[in-house]
Ligand binder design. Structure first.
Ligand code: BGC
Length: 381
């Protein structure tokens, strides 16, 4: 259905452009300049951060497929999590005459120069998943409700510990439980939203002494993981186990904001003799992205939860927003308050996310066609 909708939108855009007298939202090739523009004459530059995490590959592929289906040419680039590479890729997209940019930044504060160049060339910019900060020249933002993702991560930790039931009612457990906290990369605006949502949710339990962050490391700066690297999280978990838990005490829960980090954390725990499964004393470890390796671990009772953000829906939203700009219109926002990038509040379209536990892998991930049963069993995409 969705594919048909996008294809149909492509036709509408083509017609709209043929008829429209233009209001100047377009870039290099003159979309919206009053001439009739065939989508085939328009190029969209798509910059993704890295191919080391499967979500960004899926995002890149889905955005490209959706744009191509709508008739546009696409220049898709991945930057290997290297900031200068991403800056260069975007510079090149602009030089080559891109008509619109869709950008998932590595460092949200590092693209102001590129965005100025885009604005000078009249090229609309859509920030994809991660907000681009410190620039006037971000026209739109498509993402998930990132604060809510953090709330969901903390909620799943509380459910795993038995302090809450999955329906939100109070659980039977009383604690106190030792927990540790991990956050994402500080240069990624999302990391702050995830951590804030999580901490606001955990606060009452920490204040009551039901949850104890035994290391005392409760600031995002202490919990952060530069570039979201699995090895970095594994190393920090190893250090925490040595510094804080060599007195015979046990850690019972770990807030992790991304499946890659969760797997590093689980490896450190396993190497220290925890588990292998939750029933054997593996702590409750959360996650994000429903990466296939982690979905298998959840299915095997090793990781407790993850957050499913349907990247297919995000890609569709990016394509619809691109089509609006290229037709000389403003895309539809559903949030005009949450995402202040330091210079302005960027109009945004936020999508919903879901908590994945073992018992809803089938309904959320398999029935929706995100992963197959075989993929979940093997842990391989
Ligand atoms: C994304 C997450 C992802 C993380 C690491 C964040 O900006 O929103 O989905 O887990 O980056 O790639």
């Amino acid at each position: 259905m969705r594919r048909i909708t996008i294809a149909a939108m492509g036709a509408v855009v083509a017609l709209g452009l043929a008829a429209c007298s233009g209001s100047g939202a377009g870039g290099g090739s003159g979309a919206g300049d009053g001439e009739s523009v065939d989508p085939a004459d328009l190029t969209v530059g798509v910059a993704m951060p890295t191919q080391t995490s499967e979500r960004w590959i899926a995002d890149g592929d889905a955005v490209k497929a959706g744009l191509e289906e709508a008739g546009y040419k696409v220049d898709l680039q991945f930057a290997g999590d290297d900031i200068p590479t991403q800056q260069q890729q975007i510079d090149q997209m602009i030089t080559k005459g891109a008509d619109l940019l869709i950008l998932a930044s590595i460092d949200g504060t590092a693209l102001a120069t590129q965005l100025q160049a885009a604005a000078d060339a009249n090229i609309p910019v859509i920030a994809y998943d991660r907000l681009i900060r410190d620039s006037e020249n971000v026209d739109f933002y498509v993402t998930f409700d990132n604060y809510k993702v953090g709330v969901q991560q903390a909620t799943s930790l509380l459910v795993g510990l038995g302090l809450l039931n999955a329906d939100g009612s109070a659980g039977d457990a009383t604690g106190p439980f030792n927990i540790e906290l991990f956050a994402g990369s500080l240069d990624d605006n999302n990391a702050h939203f995830f951590f804030q949502g999580a901490m606001d949710t955990l606060k009452e339990y920490i204040d009551a002494g039901t949850l104890v962050v035994k290391s005392g490391q409760t600031d995002i700066e202490q919990a952060a993981t530069l570039r979201w690297l699995q090895e970095t999280a594994q190393k920090r978990m190893e250090d925490l186990l040595t510094s804080t838990y060599s007195d015979g005490s046990k850690v019972q829960g770990v807030l992790s904001p991304y499946d890659g980090l969760s797997r590093g954390i689980l490896t450190a725990l396993q190497n220290a003799g925890y588990g292998p499964a939750i029933a054997d004393g593996m702590p409750i470890v959360t996650g994000q992205d429903a990466e296939i390796a982690s979905v298998k671990l959840i299915n095997d009772d090793v990781q407790f939860s993850t957050i499913f953000k349907d990247t297919r829906k995000l890609a569709d939203q990016a394509v619809l927003s691109a089509q609006s700009f290229l037709a000389g219109e403003e895309p539809e926002a559903n949030d005009t308050e949450s995402y202040d990038n330091g210079v302005k509040v960027v109009p945004s379209f936020l999508l919903d996310s879901d908590i994945v536990y073992k018992d809803n892998i089938q309904s959320l991930l398999i029935d929706s066609g995100y992963w197959t049963e075989d993929q979940v069993a093997s842990g391989q995409a």
